[in-house]
Ligand binder design. Structure first.
Ligand SMILES: [Zn+2]
Length: 457
């Protein structure tokens, strides 16, 4: 008798469990159906790309994007919508940039260039100097001051095209852009030219942030397109005496006030447990920033819209955060983390989308072993959508400071082969984003938020 009772009991539990799983699968299906059949996301993406192009953190375009999102959140009737004040760097690229190489043997050639982000300008008359091609910092240090002084250092290490993960290839080459000016200046170089970080050969210069050190002279730095990097390199082989003239007019003004935009749907059971979903609003001066990171902003806005339009009341609080100043100093990210600390908030998880609007492959997870296992267990819900990859890895720059408070961090992981065709360049336009791929991403993130909300972590 006891055995029969026990069997019924297990059947009952199993029945309930499978009903819950069916309900979850149905809700997840509705996220995807709704995301794929509504143009709201596309209109928002278009607004960011076309109406707020070049939205540097302190620019009027960024402010326009901020108020645009605030307005949409208010129209969605989220439970709270607010702006968090952030002081951001006001670096501006200036109104002209020019670089050309001059060789007595080969003639003259203008280069496709742009300043690196946060770089100093050259002054009105520009800088002129002989060029030294460098592939690794070791090579630079070996040459020493006698060979580098008064030269323009040309960092020409390409992104390794044999590496499958383009993000990894980017990380392997990015130090020359970020720290090249410091290393070259230590040896008294005049300026720096960096090969654009893209796997393609084309004419677009790709910018990105550089760093200086307080006690080391700040020297001008530009990015050159990969095609022109190849030409410069081949000219140098034929004429090592050639010179380069560079003019940039970048200026850094005093910091300005800007904002993170925050919108919340309050949880009805555990309102103090917060699930954060974030992306960054700012973009570089030379781009619509459609993939980086208007697509991420659209993902975040879609998550709250999908919950609202499907009438799903979460148990926990879902907080959408559009961060400012990811690209230069990450002041928005730090300000947000300060608020979390000050209010002793419980962030159950934080998810960031900052790898473009391509078809979703999965998520990268930066959390304890126990939580990693719990998140991986949710993978089964994503299989019908060809989303399989739940792996350990870096989440995102804006949510990274939350690691200090042991918040489980998750990065949205889309297909990565094309990202660096666009990244930080004029080529990152609205037309390069595929609507269905973008919305598969929105639905995937909404589904993960839903599952974490249902089952906790
Ligand atoms: Zn980004």
């Amino acid at each position: 008798m006891k055995t029969i009772f026990r069997s019924f009991f297990y059947l009952f539990i199993l029945f309930h469990f499978s009903i819950a799983q069916d309900t979850d699968s149905t809700i997840i299906r509705s996220f995807f159906s709704q995301a794929l059949s509504d143009d709201f996301a596309l209109e928002n993406l278009k607004f960011f790309a076309k109406e707020t192009k070049g939205r540097l953190p302190a620019s009027s375009q960024a402010l326009k994007a901020i108020h645009f999102v605030q307005n949409i959140f208010e129209k969605m009737k989220l439970d709270s919508v607010y702006l968090q004040e952030v002081m951001v760097p006001d670096w501006r690229p200036g109104d002209a940039e020019y670089a050309a190489i001059h060789s007595k043997k080969l003639g003259e050639k203008k280069l496709n260039i742009c300043p690196l982000g946060y770089a100093v300008g050259t002054g009105k008359n520009g800088i002129t100097g002989r060029v030294v091609e460098i592939h690794h910092f070791d090579q630079l240090h070996d040459m020493g001051e006698t060979l580098i002084q008064d030269r323009i250092v040309f960092f020409n290490r390409s992104m390794d095209r044999s590496v499958l993960n383009t993000m990894a290839a980017y990380s392997m080459a990015a130090n020359q852009r970020v720290y090249g000016a410091i290393e070259a200046s230590k040896l008294k170089a005049k300026g720096v030219i960096v090969r654009s970080l893209t796997t393609r050969l084309d004419d677009f210069p790709h910018t990105g942030v550089l760093r200086y050190k307080e006690d080391i002279k700040k020297i001008p730095a530009i990015a050159v397109s990969t095609n022109d990097a190849e030409i410069l390199s081949s000219w140098l082989k034929e004429d090592p005496e050639l010179s380069c003239k560079i003019i940039t007019r970048c200026t850094t003004f005093p910091d300005k006030q800007s904002y993170n935009v925050i919108g919340e749907i309050k949880g009805n059971e555990y309102p103090d447990e917060i699930i954060v979903v974030g992306a960054h609003l700012d973009a570089w001066f030379n781009t619509e920033g459609a993939h980086d990171d208007a697509a991420g902003c659209v993902h975040v806005m879609e998550v709250v819209r999908l919950f609202k339009s499907l009438g799903i009341n979460p148990k926990r609080t879902i907080r959408a955060v559009l961060f400012i100043d990811e690209e230069i100093m990450q002041t928005g990210a730090r300000k947000y983390a300060e608020m979390v600390k000050l209010n002793e908030e419980k962030q159950l998880a934080a998810i960031e989308s900052d790898r473009g609007g391509f078809a979703p492959k999965g998520f990268t997870i930066d959390a304890s072993e126990e939580i990693f296992t719990k998140i991986v267990a949710l993978q089964k819900y994503f299989i019908p959508y060809d989303i399989f990859k739940f792996v350990k890895g870096h989440s995102g720059v804006d949510i990274d400071p939350l690691k200090e408070f042991n918040v489980p961090l998750i990065g949205f992981l889309p297909e990565c082969q094309r990202y660096f065709d666009y990244h930080h360049s004029e080529n990152d336009t609205f037309g390069q984003v595929n609507f269905r791929e973008l919305q598969m991403g929105s639905a995937a993130i909404a589904s993960l938020v839903y599952l974490i909300d249902q089952y906790g972590l």
